[in-house]
Design a protein around this ligand. Structure first.
Ligand code: ATP
Length: 308
């Protein structure tokens, strides 16, 4: 059974359709990344999944419960952890007060373990918390009742690299235990590191939903070549070569970089086995094959109206 199931989920604010007939599922034990730029509609989806706002049409099920059914959703929410993008804790309370309040509603069987891991300064009042400390406290509140599903809105905003790493390791371990994680993010490297699948939303519409691996495969590799002597540009007259940039190093001033190069970089979506024989007779100084930045993939979906 799907843990989250969107069925034509729509939120129409009149001026803007924040979610437009969203349709997808998230399976048990999956880490699902929900990506999109500011204002794309991510928070709106999350708020509907938690029953904070109601859909204009369509619906969603979380842990089998229809989000429009207040009572049954409330029951399901005992098994859900949630971290808002703006936690909004009471400024006068201490971290411990916040945790006690959450514990009284949902329980706190994992409080100590999580405090040890994320270490927010629980004795201090919230008004003295930095953004990172508030995030750490939020992470503890989201997980301390040992939920089956966790919904996180931009969870690592404000966390330093060490904490981000710790959080990533923690999420992977949670997935091993069968916990399902749905999180929204702007941070593409984080999504690449963590997610099994990604949904990309743009102006309320789902533009793609696929495994991260497939997204990266489609985006190709970035290839950099440096050679001792100029290589005729025809060598790269191959299917799958995009955005080729060539240059000529010192000592080969007479060579026109539009016909030959000693250095080049391009995006390659073709067969690497077809490329290598083309370079077999050239003496190379360096050949680098790198993952294409996920930013480029993302830009393809957001670059312009025609690109989608
Ligand atoms: N209560 C509301 N009334 C009217 N419009 C709203 C309301 N809440 C959100 N919107 C609009 O709906 C759209 C989606 O907003 P939403 O907050 O869901 O985006 P988001 O992807 O979470 O953005 P961010 O990454 O900035 O948090 C935006 O155009 C926003 O202005």
């Amino acid at each position: 059974m799907a843990v989250i199931e969107l069925e034509g989920l729509t939120k129409d604010y009149g001026e803007v359709v924040a979610n437009d007939s969203l349709e997808f599922t998230v399976e048990r034990g999956e880490i699902f990344g929900f990506l999109g730029p500011n204002g794309a509609g991510k928070t709106t989806t999350i708020r509907m999944l938690l029953g904070f706002i109601s859909p204009t049409s369509g619906t969603a099920r979380v842990l089998g419960e229809d989000v429009r059914e207040e009572r049954s959703l409330l029951e399901a929410k005992r098994r859900i952890g949630y971290l808002s993008d703006e936690p909004g804790f009471d400024e006068q309370q201490t971290g411990t007060d916040v945790l006690d309040l959450h514990a009284s509603i949902k329980g706190d069987s994992r409080r100590e373990e999580l405090l040890e891991l994320f270490d927010p300064p629980v004795e201090r009042r919230i008004r003295e918390y930095s953004q990172g400390n508030a995030r750490k406290l939020g992470i503890v509140t989201a997980f301390m009742h040992d939920p089956d599903l966790v919904i996180l809105d931009e969870p690592t905003n404000g966390l330093d690299p060490l904490m981000r790493q710790r959080f990533a390791d923690f999420l992977r371990a949670e997935r091993q235990r069968g916990v399902t994680v749905f999180f929204s993010s702007h941070n593409l490297s984080e999504v690449r590191r963590l997610c099994d699948r990604v949904g990309i939303i743009r102006e309320g519409k789902l533009v793609t939903i696929e495994p991260v691996d497939a997204l990266l495969r489609r985006s190709g590799k970035v290839i950099r070549i440096r050679s001792v002597d100029p290589i005729p540009i025809d060598a790269l007259d191959l299917e799958g070569v995009h955005d080729l940039e060539t240059s000529v190093s010192d000592g080969h001033e007479g060579t026109d970089p539009s016909t030959a190069f000693t250095e080049c970089v391009f995006t390659f979506t073709g067969d690497i086995n077809a490329l290598l024989p083309r370079l077999a007779d050239d003496e190379l100084i360096d050949l680098a094959i790198e993952e294409a930045p996920l930013e480029d993939v993302f830009m393809r979906f957001y670059g312009g109206e025609d690109d989608v």
